[in-house]
Design a protein around this ligand. Sequence first.
Ligand SMILES: [Zn+2]
Ligand SMILES: [Zn+2]
Length: 386
Amino acid sequence: MAELDPETLKREMINWRRDLHAHPEFGFEEKRTAAFVAAKLREFGLDDVAEGVGGTGVVGTLKRGTGNRAIALRADMDALRISEQSSAPYRSGNPGVMHACGHDGHTAMLLGAAKLLAGEGGFDGTVRFIFQPAEEWGRGALAMLDDGLMQRFPFDEIFGLHNMPGLPVGHFETRAGPVMSAEDNFEIVLRGFGGHAARPHSGNETLVAACALVTNLQTIVSRRLSPADIAVVSVTELITDGTRNALPGLARILGDTRSFRPEVSAAIERQMRTIAEGTAAAYNIAAEVHYTREFVPLHNDAELVEAAFAAAKKIFDPGNVAVAREPMTASEDFARFLDHVPGCFVFLGNGEASAPLHNSSYDFNDDGLVFGASFHAAIARQRLGI
Ligand SMILES: [Zn+2]
Ligand SMILES: [Zn+2]
């Protein structure tokens, strides 16, 4: 088969990435993005391209040889509701929505890998290219799985990647075991009886109780969990119906928790309920706790991590391939696929000068495109060796 010119592919990926960047779409609204992806996959001559999997998901299938093993490579396509601060000619043309997490780059890299593998082969078996919607919501992977992903497009293992600001371009990191955390969200509603700011004793206002509760919640991690368990309890909002001269009768406390084991997530919820009810009782008001689980923890398979390191050493300078020191308390929808098959999630440098993910001036670093596409192709060829 004809060899692809690496410079041509690099230029193409830059064009795709910037086109996607200029047209960002929020989760489950990735219609243009999905059509773009499907059109490219058909152009590359894949055996099958399925659209509308789990809403706006796309699955491309490429078969070579007679092998009956299948591996999946996954990218995410969605953008965030953030207004981009950029003077780049390819800045977001969709007001209030931007690719602030680099999913434009992830999509372009997986398209690059599809073009490489379709053009050059070098494997025996089936590669599934999974382009998922709504990663940021933590809903897209589940939507594809609920739409019969594993039955319609079966695979034995799965690989995914994310760019990492702060890590130099050309650097590769991952680790076995826990990599990224679960994310749970909570809302605690305190109901009392508001009134005149001059006569606090005549009601049961909720603001002082809410402040005490925010402080008491800090003891979940510091006093109720084992120091060996990594967890975060963050209160991010405190909203009341009070005004300058009226005490609130209602207060809402919202926030986010992170953990790496279901037992820890359960312990956080249990302790939160105890503290909320106890604090509310002390102030003679009522508390309601709403606790939801948004992302499950991501655990990498040890054998596939070794395989990923071996593949990475062929693409990256081996001195730049490293074991990530510690699990991250950020979350990833990729974890949902790992409930069905073993997999490995890896991190690629987006440069030391990169703005953080979800920042309004973040931009994916195009210098990373070739590394990502080449890694995807290398791991597919290694796992489906001829
Ligand atoms: Zn993100
Ligand atoms: Zn992301």
